[in-house]
Design a protein around this ligand. Sequence first.
Ligand SMILES: C[S@@+](CC[C@H](N)C(=O)[O-])C[C@H]1O[C@@H](n2cnc3c(N)ncnc32)[C@H](O)[C@@H]1O
Length: 252
Amino acid sequence: MREAAEAFRAERLITEYIVSIIPVLLGAGIPLFDGPGPAQPLRLSARARIRAASSSSAMKQFSDACERNREPILQVLRHAFADRTSVLEIGSGTGQHAAYFAPALPHLAWQPSDVAETCRASASGAGGADARLLEPIELDVDQPFPAVQADAVFSANTCHIMSWPQVERFVAGVGKLLPEGGVFALYGPFHYGGKPTSPSNAEFDAWLRNRDRKSGVRDFEAIRDLAAKRGLALEGDNAMPANNRLLVFRRR
Ligand SMILES: C[S@@+](CC[C@H](N)C(=O)[O-])C[C@H]1O[C@@H](n2cnc3c(N)ncnc32)[C@H](O)[C@@H]1O
């Protein structure tokens, strides 16, 4: 690994460095490179403050899944949000999605949000390097939504963390917030016809319910019908890696 990294750097083939600060260093650490390499001009493209402490094992300090799913999600958002101007993200968590999508979709103002505790601890600091990436705001679906002007809403991996009544409030809030033509993109695992789409989703659902019996992977049909009741018509159901889906709704 180290030799490969060194060889790539010597050939100036590394186009992106993700710099993370690890709060606890064991021993001298394991350097990735042998020492200072050739000078290479770098541009700061985005920054995100990662959670310093996590009270829930469902929310890690750094989400590997975010790193893996961000590009396939972006491909769908490029199309779904092509004519949008401002996005409210709900349940931004670590802020990694916001930090990746905002610079990649520069026609949009990207507003991350989360519940107060997570917002303070993790998503805060997402804004700054990119003017279109706004400072996170507090949004708890159990409370009235803040007055945000947005013609699109994005949310990833939130419905299975929330209880069903919270999911109902979440979708109602989105329906109320979005103007006619507004787009709601919802990413996550879903069951279809009451059944998991893979053994890994079945295991994930069992793990979720064991940890918090109010949480769990939601039925696609229940989400679709709930959204329809709130004026959000399903426009797309996109397959994503690891048996996830990206559902796209439009406000009628
Ligand atoms: C599994 S994390 C997903 C984070 C991020 N979107 C991602 O894909 O990595 C679930 C997120 O939902 C948020 N959340 C939980 N309850 C919420 C609520 N009542 N209102 C708003 N967000 C909530 C959590 O704080 C957390 O950031």
